[in-house]
Design a protein around this ligand. Structure first.
Ligand SMILES: [Zn+2]
Length: 69
């Protein structure tokens, strides 16, 4: 048995997550934008802060797709 002989097949297209900016090609960075506390009290007992919402953003200040607020 060789555990290092893992060759995933047909599972790489099930979930596609962009890792680079679609506009300028810069590698995206992930930042926590918000944390939503779980309403279920059972989650509080486990010490879970809630659902962490993370959002990918392009760190390139000159990105053409950058949303200026
Ligand atoms: Zn960009």
């Amino acid at each position: 048995m060789s555990e290092s002989d893992q060759s995933p097949q047909g599972d790489d297209s099930s979930q596609e997550w962009p890792t680079h900016c679609d506009h300028c090609g810069t590698e995206l960075q992930s930042a926590v934008v918000d944390v939503v506390p779980d309403a279920d009290s059972e989650h509080l007992q486990t010490g879970s802060p809630g659902t962490v919402i993370r959002q990918d953003f392009c760190p390139n200040p000159d990105c053409p797709g950058r949303v200026s607020a």
